[in-house]
Design a protein around this ligand. Structure first.
Ligand SMILES: [Zn+2]
Length: 251
């Protein structure tokens, strides 16, 4: 079977993720990443008109260019990720754990251990093409599902050669938490993990209204989508009241 895989964007330094797969006369776009910084160039989407768009998770470098692609292209993602689509964008569900047929291609999805409702994709063509956006085996919250065998694996290694394990990161960070600290991280990513960790340390902590919404979303997820015992810990989170205006006037 003739398969062509093109990395439209995402090589070298951390950059928007976009991978084009041409197979069986169809074109799938895996992720539609937008720029992480306002002044970062991003033009990979020009002249692209895939038959379907599949989004792995809701971070801007994987979903941010959806707004520039034609609305008529069918788009597939998980329900929580759909909340971050442009207003009114139509979408169809990907299973968090299971198989779906899109454009005559069987695609298996599993949890990637990186963010709320974030998944990897396995295309059942040419011996298997496995693609994961960001993924982690170390999350306190999110499990990583073992994917099927694949002849080709495309892994987002945007954190490069950073090989420090999470417990060492915790040690380094904890040493800096002896005074008021702001920890800016994606609400669907590490935010809830940091909240759980701060609670474990007995620190006084809080999170903003966006993180509070994700906290509620996690509590509503089936237990099998989170690591064992996490539901109970989420129920016991006790942030300080959030009393900062949501839209403070800039000085
Ligand atoms: Zn991510």
């Amino acid at each position: 079977m003739n398969v062509c895989v093109q990395i439209l964007s995402g090589l070298d330094a951390k950059a928007p993720a976009a991978i084009r797969v041409d197979v069986k006369g169809r074109t799938l776009l895996l992720d539609a990443g937008g720029p992480l910084q306002a002044d970062e160039p991003c033009d990979w989407y020009l002249d692209q008109s895939p038959d379907a768009i599949l989004i792995t998770h809701d971070h801007v470098d994987h979903i941010g260019a959806v707004r520039w692609l034609p609305e008529t292209i069918p788009l597939y993602c998980t329900p929580t990720v759909a909340r971050r689509l442009p207003a009114g964008r139509r979408w169809q569900p990907l299973p968090r754990q299971g198989t779906v047929t899109i454009e005559d291609i069987n695609i298996t999805c599993g949890l990637a251990g990186h963010s709320l409702d974030g998944i990897w994709l396995h295309l059942d063509v040419a011996g298997g093409i496995f693609y994961s956006g960001d993924f982690s085996f170390e999350s306190l919250l999110y499990p990583f599902d073992r994917p099927p065998q694949a002849a080709l694996a495309l892994l987002d290694a945007s954190y490069g050669l950073y090989t420090v394990n999470q417990s060492s990161c915790h040690d380094a960070l904890q040493a800096k938490l002896n005074r008021a600290s702001l920890l800016p991280v994606p609400p669907s990513g590490r935010a809830l993990e940091l909240a759980l960790w701060c609670q474990t340390l007995g620190l006084s902590w809080t999170f903003d209204p966006v993180c509070q919404k994700y906290h509620a979303a996690l509590q509503g997820l089936p237990a099998k989508l989170l690591k064992p015992g996490i539901h109970q810990q989420l129920d016991q989170l006790s942030p300080l009241p959030w009393d900062t205006p949501e839209d403070p006037a800039l000085p």
